[in-house]
Write a protein that binds this ligand. Structure first.
Ligand code: FAD
Length: 436
């Protein structure tokens, strides 16, 4: 027998998209029941770290404004090809907004802050350990059947939002939704590393084909609490346990940190996909977030666009439930959010084709080499390609560093009694570019 949600909207999945959907609905005065199959929140890993201004704005509106304050606002984005810095650009000017263009903050912290906002919201009820195993619809509403430790329980609601994430295959299957697309062979090794790196605290660094990760890319993002999120692109079949046991993980990290003390806060290997649901609305159920689309992570469009789904779904459901708009309004949810997903997929797929060519022999690889090799001077007049010591952990201009003589050979990754061994305090702070 289905219990009555008393007009509550059912949200399937208590990830950040489900949390945001619930908070937005409650802001419109709509009661919500959030169902999740996990027993509780597991606080693990930075995952989606880079949140854009419009998303911070949504979170501020639902009582989670501290995410913008706690996150690291980056001022500079630096891009390198092998050992040359190609260009840098900055985000210093906020224009007329009180919010930064984007901040870096771990998904764990984002979910904690959203949970605090939910705890302060009497219209939201959270039910952990409720796995949705059946979705039945009729003209009047939706019955969500949940597997719990007390047996199967039902929840009768007028509408539901499926925010079941990338692993929400079962929910998509129950709704009869296809999820076509492409999965990439390469993986990303992701580590959150706590370390002091003076001068790097507000800089994002992207390395194409560095000598210390040949033929692939590395991305370094500053996060709060002196933590850096590092993504190394690695080949299919990469074995993290073997990497760690063989000391290669430490060697990788030391290419960045040098001899400084560091702590690995979290590590994981991540496979990326480009997929989307063929329908974003099935009758009285709307699909949002990773349950509806998966993008390659470059461009940070995953969670950012999931929050935009949540905002679109919440106001439309609220208008229909309050009688301010006819149910036909919900059709526009599919049209608008599918269009957004297709645009995001196009941009991220093109980015991935440039960043992750399928093989050196492929046309994409050939196409990307000339622009990287030719990269011209930066707009502030400085030469774009500023040769540096080949060891990343060394901040020396090449002319001052003894490893200059080793040009052409691979760095050992070990410290030496040259400029490479300078203390962090002596490391020059990178110059802030003058243009925005
Ligand atoms: C290792 C890793 C690294 C990542 N890095 C990045 C990154 O750098 N940038 C980026 O943008 N994104 C990244 N992501 C993706 C990012 O974490 C997701 O985009 C984000 O979590 C999506 O939020 P969501 O709420 O849609 O789904 P989720 O966070 O997956 O939440 C879905 C919830 O639904 C629940 N659920 C599923 N099925 C059911 C069911 N049948 N009944 C009840 N509950 C159910 C799940 O338990 C889960 O709690 C990363 C992900 C991982 C795993």
């Amino acid at each position: 027998m289905a219990s009555n949600g008393e007009g509550a909207v059912g949200v399937i999945g208590n990830g950040p998209v489900g949390q945001t959907t619930a908070l937005l609905l409650a802001r419109w005065g709509i009661p919500v029941v959030v169902l999740d199959n996990r027993p509780r929140r597991d606080a693990e890993g930075s995952r989606a770290i880079c949140q854009a201004r419009d998303v911070l704005d949504v979170w501020a509106a639902v009582g989670a404004g501290r995410l913008a304050d706690e996150g690291v606002t980056w001022t500079t984005a630096r891009t390198f090809h092998r050992d040359r810095e190609l260009f840098a650009w900055s985000f210093v000017d906020r224009g007329r907004s009180r919010l930064p263009a984007c901040v870096n903050i771990s998904q764990v912290r984002t979910e904690q802050v959203l949970d605090q906002a939910i705890a302060a919201q009497p219209l939201i009820e959270t039910r952990w350990a409720h796995e949705v195993v059946g979705i039945d619809q009729d003209e009047a509403g939706v019955t969500l059947r949940c597997r719990t430790s007390r047996g199967e329980v039902g929840l009768r609601v007028p509408y539901a939002v499926a925010c079941a994430g990338a692993r929400g295959e079962a929910v998509r299957r129950m709704l009869g939704v296809g999820f076509d697309g492409r999965s990439f062979d390469d993986r990303f090794l992701i580590c959150d590393i706590r370390v002091e790196l003076p001068g790097w605290e507000t800089e994002r660094r992207f390395y194409f084909d560095p000598e210390w990760n040949p033929d692939r890319q590395v991305l370094i993002h500053p996060c709060p609490d002196s933590t850096y999120r590092v993504d190394w692109q690695v080949p299919a079949g990469f074995d993290l346990d073997a990497e760690q046991a063989g000391g290669r993980l430490d060697a990788r990290i030391r290419q960045i940190t040098g001899e400084r003390r560091y702590e690995i806060v979290w590590k994981s290997v991540y496979r990326f996909h480009s997929r989307h649901a063929d329908r974003f609305r099935v009758g009285r159920v709307l699909l949002a977030g990773d349950c509806a689309h998966l993008y390659a992570p470059f461009g940070a469009r995953g969670l950012n666009s999931g929050v935009q789904d949540a905002e679109n779904a919440a106001w439309k459901l609220a208008f229909v439930l309050r009688g301010w708009a006819p149910p036909a309004l919900l059709s526009s949810y599919h049209a608008e959010r599918l269009s957004a997903a297709l645009e995001n997929l196009e941009v991220t797929s093109r980015t991935m084709d440039f960043l992750v060519p399928r093989s050196p022999a492929s046309g994409t690889w050939a196409r990307r080499s000339p622009p990287l090799t030719r990269a011209g001077p930066s707009r502030d007049g400085r030469p774009a390609a500023r040769p540096r010591c080949r060891r990343l952990a060394c901040w020396s201009p090449t002319r001052r560093c003894a490893t200059r003589s080793a040009r052409g050979s691979r760095s050992s990754g070990r410290s030496s009694a040259t400029d490479c061994s300078r203390s962090p305090a002596a490391a020059p702070t990178p110059r802030a570019p003058r243009w925005g």
